[in-house]
Design a protein. Structure first.
Length: 188
């Protein structure tokens, strides 16, 4: 594996070091020593998969309020997605900035998303499968989201949205003052 920092503080792209031959390839996708050597968490407690039937499907932008310490390692196992992270940590040098990258099953690349980030993706192909591995247990009481098309974040999605859940579609516009107040009150 090799690791490449993103412009957002603490978020890291993780690439496979593929060993190819006539059979295909073999690559290590997780290693405690390599993750620790690159300053990433090594305790993973939960894993989830999302399957998305249609190109243009949008999921996000989701996050967990403090005291959750949910970081995510996200990898597209089949198909391709436009993956987007937004730094929602008020004290961070990259607060409210976003970063986007393509994750695809062929390359097997992944991204580590630190706690305090919103995350979402849009599928670039039909029959897309995304694997999430988390550093903390999901807590529905701390789950929330921000609008995928909020001008505050300026995310440029590559396709028209073909499928989105009512919850994701109806997140309200971002209110910085209200958000920072709640973040601080929740122990962030």
């Amino acid at each position: 594996m090799y690791f490449r920092p993103t412009p957002l503080d603490g978020a890291v792209e993780v690439h496979l070091d593929r060993h190819e031959d006539a059979r295909g390839y073999f690559a290590r996708a997780w290693c405690v020593r390599e993750f620790a050597a690159n300053g990433l968490p090594v305790t993973l407690v939960q894993s989830s998969v999302s399957f998305n039937a249609r190109k243009g499907t949008l999921r996000g932008m989701h996050f967990q309020w403090p005291p959750s310490r949910e970081g995510k390692l996200v990898r597209c196992e089949a198909g391709a997605v436009w993956d987007v992270l937004v730094d929602l940590r008020p004290g961070s040098r990259s607060f409210l900035e976003h970063y986007a990258l393509e994750l695809d099953g062929e390359r097997g690349n992944a991204v580590y998303i630190p706690p305090g980030f919103a995350h979402g993706f849009q599928t670039l192909s039909d029959d897309t499968r995304v694997l999430y591995v988390m550093t903390d247990f999901y807590d529905p009481g701390l789950g929330d989201g921000v609008s995928y098309d909020d001008v505050v974040f300026g995310i440029d999605w590559p396709l028209p949205v073909s499928v989105i859940s009512p919850r994701d579609k109806d997140y309200p516009p971002f209110d910085r003052e209200r958000y920072v107040r709640r973040y601080e009150q929740s122990g962030g």
